[in-house]
Design a protein around this ligand. Structure first.
Ligand SMILES: Cc1cc2nc3c(=O)[nH]c(=O)nc-3n(C[C@H](O)[C@H](O)[C@H](O)COP(=O)(O)OP(=O)(O)OC[C@H]3O[C@@H](n4cnc5c(N)ncnc54)[C@H](O)[C@@H]3O)c2cc1C
Length: 261
């Protein structure tokens, strides 16, 4: 695939192609090329979520925890929701933004579950200076990503497998952690040592890598977002605009891109 700077620019992304000699000279990485893009962000997910929840509470939203939605029935102008507490709730609209978990009735043939792994080193790890201002993604198969944390840990992830439950296997987690550390070492020379943290998790993905967002087929007032893959932070923001628009009665021009098929 050819890098086209003007296409990035048109989308508001300032980026530059680095050829093999430049990427070796500036980052010490031995690869045929890379895109250096100015637009990416990282956040503390707990802090970000707390901030968003505080904000919506100020706007009158009620947050109810430790209650599972078990089922729903919809008619033209209302939805009835049953909960794990045995309560029935009614609403004008229902939005399932339940990440990679979903009710059996929402199971979709185009969403499949895969397993992924990540590790974090001890704090203040010896690392090249440039890394603290970059989020790195290697678009190989399986891909590799890495970045640093404010206390100087190096976080590395990837090694996805197209199996639903492998992420629950402890032995596999050990092998994957070692593999991620080796791959980072080969690419950058960074020595992770024994990681402080090893994570594994499931991802919900679709064949074309795009999520499904909008009203569920056959239900005009029940919405869902699913199949975010590894880009849920971006796609969930898009889902929020599309679904809020649908409920307010104006169709978002991007809605067509993410159909339930
Ligand atoms: C290892 C890993 C790395 C990732 N890296 C990135 C990244 O670099 N960039 C990026 O953009 N994305 C990344 N993602 C994806 C991103 O984290 C998720 O897509 C995102 O957090 C989804 O947010 P959400 O609010 O939609 O769902 P979630 O954060 O999963 O929240 C859904 C909530 O719904 C609740 N729930 C589920 N079912 C029910 C029910 N029936 N009743 C009541 N509550 C229910 C769950 O308990 C959960 O609290 C990564 C994911 C993983 C696992």
């Amino acid at each position: 695939m050819r890098f086209r700077e003007e296409v990035h620019k048109k989308a508001g992304i300032v980026s530059r192609f680095l050829d093999a000699s430049e990427i070796r000279e500036t980052h010490g990485i031995d690869r045929t090329g890379a895109i250096d893009s100015s637009i990416s962000a990282s956040a503390n997910p707990a802090q970000l979520t707390a901030g968003i929840l505080n904000h919506v509470c100020d706007k009158g939203v009620e947050i109810v925890g430790r209650t599972e939605v078990k089922d729903f029935r919809s008619s033209a102008d209302e939805v009835v929701i049953s909960t794990s507490d045995g309560d029935l709730l009614t609403a004008r609209h229902l939005v399932f933004c339940t990440g990679y978990e979903f009710l059996n009735s929402l199971e979709h043939k185009n969403q499949s579950m895969i397993s992924t792994w990540a590790i974090a080193s001890k704090p203040r790890l010896n690392r090249p200076g440039w890394l603290d201002s970059y989020l790195v993604w290697e678009g190989s198969d399986p891909y590799l990503y890495f970045r640093t944390s404010p206390d100087g840990r190096v976080i590395v992830g990837g090694e996805d497998e197209e199996t639903e439950n492998t992420f629950q296997n402890n032995l596999k987690a050990h092998t994957k952690a070692r593999r991620l550390a080796e791959k980072l070492g080969d690419l950058t020379g960074i020595k992770i040592g024994n990681p402080d943290f090893v994570w594994s998790a499931a991802f919900g993905t679709t064949p074309n890598g795009l999520p499904m967002i909008g009203a569920l087929p056959g239900h005009s007032n029940v919405y869902a977002t699913m199949g975010f893959g590894g880009n849920g932070i971006t796609f969930s923001q898009i889902a929020a605009s599309i679904i809020a628009g649908e409920i307010a009665g104006h169709r978002d021009p991007d809605a067509e891109l993410f159909p339930f098929q």
